[in-house]
Design a protein around this ligand. Structure first.
Ligand code: 5AD
Ligand code: SF4
Length: 424
């Protein structure tokens, strides 16, 4: 989501005549696209903003902007103004498209520009912005904005507002243009894509319409919510060859007690039932997840419920997080666990997932997989890398001209979750 928003920022700056540069010291404008989902992300960005203060002294015409969901927190834009007086633009998530106007105003009148929307809008205030796509072979497409779920640990509904779905016409025409431009992979984006709804059209309508647009390309989507991920979605994925057999389905916890406190609206049993249905209908599916530990009041027993769920499901990959209290959320007011306990538990989760990922990698040995070549390998000479349909990264010998093409690769070796092979 943030990467795609950065593409919108780069698109607006390019239209204004700016070009990207490789060193921050050379920049005439610096835009910090922030995230506040965890405390670490927020601390990191505040440190980074402080670090450019000296550049403003050296170049008084330098424009420093802070945008994105961190600015949407109550009191944050005032704090930013006080703490970083050299920042001249602050914009929230729903008025990112004002960046063009803000930069022009500063260039012409040298005026500061602050505008954040703290009362979350219930209408679609996102405007189409020019895009400067940076994600290579993959093109991101928003299908909806915001979230209605209010998981008790999460700040997203407060900073990104209520759910707003884009019209199918807007989504389909953007995807159709991208396919015409030759993008071999499209990823649909939303905080909860399964609850997409626009004048009677649901997510499966979009999936089917997009999947039939072209004969050969990959369609991915994220993120799904287990409470809304239903048999219809599974059936459509199973029946459309263009939709990848790769599903990101965040479970967060394996304990029913914690899931209830998190306001997730499903049980461990229901989650496992969905996994069984996915596996029975979609062969060789790669299932990935987000898993959290250290939620307030999480006991050893709750934690081991999460561990046992991981062992049962065997995610091909998982993003593991330590719970981070976010001001204004329900869970932030609950009794917090000691840091040491959280640290011990996350270390164990990471170890378990690494072992499972490595074991799953071994299942790929000897198989021939269709790979979409995404890039030249950053680590291996004369090699390229790309993904299996199920989402696994594979590195193999090949020329840069292969980027964007589909090739068949025989998997010869595996190192942890990384796979290596050769084109056949
Ligand atoms: N602390 C830690 N992780 C969080 N996530 C969301 N909010 C928090 C928080 N307060 C994680 C969830 C979500 C992913 C995008 O970030 O696992 O699925
Ligand atoms: Fe946050 Fe829950 Fe919405 Fe995901 S579904 S963005 S975790 S509130």
């Amino acid at each position: 989501m943030n990467v795609h928003e950065s593409e919108k920022i780069a698109g607006m700056l390019t239209e204004l005549g700016y070009q990207s540069c490789s060193a921050v010291e050379e920049a005439d404008i610096i835009v910090f696209n922030t995230c506040c989902i965890r405390d670490t992300a927020e601390k990191h960005i505040l440190g980074n903003i402080g670090d450019v203060k000296h550049l403003k002294k050296e170049n008084p015409f330098l424009i420093v902007a802070v945008v994105g969901c961190m600015t949407q927190q109550k009191g944050m834009s005032e704090n930013l103004k006080k703490k970083f007086p050299f920042v001249s633009i602050v914009l929230g998530t729903d008025n990112l498209s004002d960046l063009t106007l803000a930069v022009r105003q500063i260039e012409e009148k040298n005026k500061k520009f602050f505008s954040c929307i703290h009362d979350t809008p219930d209408v679609d205030v996102q405007k189409d912005s020019p895009l400067y796509r940076t994600s290579g072979t993959n093109a991101w497409v928003n299908i909806m904005y915001g979230c209605n779920n209010f998981c008790t640990y999460c700040i997203v509904p407060y900073v990104r507002g209520r759910e707003r779905s884009r019209s199918p016409q807007a989504v389909l025409s953007e995807v159709s243009d991208l396919l015409k431009q030759g993008y071999p992979e499209i990823t649909l984006l939303g905080q909860n894509v399964d609850s997409y709804s626009y004048e009677g059209h649901d997510f499966t309508y979009l999936l089917e319409k997009i999947a039939e647009m072209d004969s050969k390309f990959r369609l991915r989507f994220m993120t799904s919510h287990p409470k809304d991920f239903n048999s219809r979605v599974i059936d459509v994925i199973a029946s459309c060859p263009n939709i990848c057999n790769n599903i990101h389905l965040p479970v967060q916890s394996g304990s029913n007690r914690v899931l209830k406190l998190m306001n997730r609206h499903y049980t461990r049993e229901r989650y496992l039932e969905i996994i069984d249905e996915i596996r029975s209908k979609i062969p060789n599916v790669g299932i990935t997840s987000d898993i959290m530990t250290g939620f307030p009041t999480e006991t050893d027993e709750d934690f081991y419920d999460t561990v046992s769920l991981m062992e049962k499901v065997r995610f091909s990959n998982a993003f593991t997080f330590v719970y981070s209290p976010r001001k204004g959320t329900v869970a932030a007011q609950m009794e917090q666990l000691p840091k040491k306990v959280k640290q011990e538990r996350i270390t164990e989760l990471v170890k378990i997932q690494n072992r499972i990922s490595a074991e799953i990698s071994k299942d790929y040995l000897g198989r021939t997989e269709e790979i979409l070549v995404e890039d030249v390998s950053p680590k291996h000479q004369n090699s390229v890398c790309g993904r299996t349909e199920s989402g696994r990264l594979v590195t193999f010998a090949g020329a840069p001209e292969l980027v964007g093409k589909f090739v068949n690769v025989k998997i010869d070796s595996a190192r942890s979750s990384a796979l290596f092979g050769r084109i056949i």
